[in-house]
Design a protein around this ligand. Sequence first.
Ligand code: AMP
Length: 308
Amino acid sequence: MSPVSRPELVTDPSVWQARCRADREAGARLVLVPTMGYLHEGHATLLREARRRADAFSAGESGGREPSGARGGAPRGVAVATIFVNPTQFGPAEDLSRYPRDLEGDLAMCAAAGIDRVLAPADPRQVYAPAHETWITVERVSQGLCGASRPGHFRGVATIVAKLFNLSCPDVAIFGEKDFQQLAVIRALVRDLSYAVEIVGMPIVREPDGLARSSRNVYLSAADRPKALSLSRALFAARDEAARGTRDGAALRAQSRAALEAAGARVDYVEIVHPETLAPVDHAEAGSVMLVAAYIGTTRLIDNVRLP
Ligand code: AMP
């Protein structure tokens, strides 16, 4: 284990922007992990990957680009993370006010992962000007799935991610496949607005029993916890069924929906989509992605698997 030193904590976005700019002017490469905090092992894998990639820059692996020490400084990779519960991606009836927070615990996890600097604005008004009126809408991939049941959610996501990219100017940004549609929205944002950032998607980290790690799992009561397992179980069963040769999307979806409902989950959607366009498919191909969203009590959970 590398020695644990506390990351530099920045709360003011304009200070953050100046610090990131100074790094870049000194020849450093930045690797960014945006989060909403209350960090768990899923986030930790992203943070460790950021450290690993930053160290690769420091070792001079510039990925075919100019050496990172081109301006005379020692080649250096800087791993940074942001912790911000972004209000604009929450709907009026959603869990913004009760979203779990633990800045001290988060900083300890960032330290253990070797993160150099953390932006954690104390107040959303530091991030959004009172007169904020500019929004980014990624049109096609934001529709359907979570976009259908959470109107405005991906507009809020795309806008905050664009702001974080403009504040940080990262060379690499790391996201989880747990939020599969979010990752597709961000890839489209980067492609369409020509952000010079490499987007890295990391596999879903699960509890030993299969439940996808999520900050929202803390909402689950002891009675809810076994019901929450129905999401991953339904997906894994569909994956096994597809491996046995069932390619009919309707059959796979129906089987998963029935399993979720039998477990007491209230299904928002069960869908099989193309991995890049997120267009629904009737015939599951190798690489198609099955996604579910379901309520366990009042807690809305999402999960997905790639089909074989
Ligand atoms: P959040 O704090 O929920 O906004 O998540 C921040 C980042 O961590 C996003 O890119 C998520 O996709 C990712 N993430 C959250 N949970 C997991 C998980 N269980 N496995 C992998 N990545 C995750």
